[in-house]
Design a protein around this ligand. Structure first.
Ligand SMILES: [Zn+2]
Length: 270
């Protein structure tokens, strides 16, 4: 029976915290992709009021998972009932193959790899899709966050020419210096430094996809195992980005191979 004791005490603390909370203003838990201005307009308030109510020094740095007090919403009982219930998504969903679709496109839109789809569906080859076929695609869990966790502008730039006959192999996500660069997937992160990359990183996600980021101002996380949201470093313009505005150069290498056009994913998550 002794082991019950540690359970009882925290429960009492939770209840004690919950009861006086009725007098507080409404609250909202920040999710990936939220901006303060978006939250403000959703709740009919202003960025300034939100920042003041929550002691936020930098409105561009909103952290997912953090709970915000929503000023002026305590007296509107509908604030709680009219909010849509939190969507409960299954860990996977079903995609019905349409005419003209291939596994590469389906994988890109689902934010996964062809290999992963083959495995999920016990398929031997990517060449035998039939219109109407039902595929299991990863669709559950938290959505993949943008690797730049703050104010940013992503630009579709894959394949554009670069000096020396090279082509741009990723997309650039522009953001002010110091905005956090986070792990967009669970996996193993390593640092890579060079004249072109500056401060860069590889993140080998658990599904085998390798994400590459470059030009960080500095590192935060040490190389090794990271999970979604781990702050890897901050946006900067190291390496050959020294003459450009600060940004994260971001590539996606399915299975660790050649980089693919990351825009289908970047445009969805950033
Ligand atoms: Zn770039």
């Amino acid at each position: 029976m002794r082991q019950l004791r540690p359970l009882v005490a925290p429960l009492a603390v939770l209840l004690a915290l919950a009861v006086p909370g009725t007098a507080a203003a409404g609250s909202y838990t920040i999710r990936w992709g939220d901006t303060l201005s978006g939250i403000a307009s959703r709740f009919g308030t202003t960025v300034r009021a939100l920042a003041e109510a929550n002691g936020l020094a930098d409105p561009n740095r909103v952290l997912a998972g953090r709970s915000l007090s929503i000023p002026g919403k305590a007296s509107t009982p509908r604030a709680t009932t009219s909010k849509p219930a939190t969507a409960v998504t299954p860990p996977t969903s079903v995609h019905v193959v349409a005419a003209g679709e291939n596994l590469t496109g389906i994988a890109a839109r689902a934010g996964t790899t062809v290999q992963n789809l083959l495995k999920l569906n016990n398929l031997k080859s990517a060449d035998h899709l039939v219109v109407g076929q039902k595929l299991t695609v990863p669709g559950g869990g938290p959505p993949m966050p943008c690797p730049v966790a703050g104010f940013h502008t992503a630009v579709d730039g894959f394949g554009s020419p670069r000096p020396g006959g090279m082509k741009h192999e990723g997309d650039d996500i522009f953001a002010p210096r110091g905005v956090p660069v986070i792990a967009n997937a669970n996996g193993v992160m390593s640092h890579i430094q060079g004249a072109v990359t500056g401060n860069g990183y590889y993140l080998r996600a658990d599904d085998g996809t390798v994400y590459y980021g470059a030009h960080l101002n500095d590192y935060v996380a040490a190389p090794g195992r990271v999970s979604v949201g781990t702050v890897i470093g901050h946006v900067g313009n190291t390496g050959d980005a020294a003459v450009t505005p600060t940004h994260l150069h971001f590539e996606i290498k399915p299975g660790g191979g050649a980089p693919v056009d990351p825009w289908p994913v970047v445009s969805r998550i950033c």
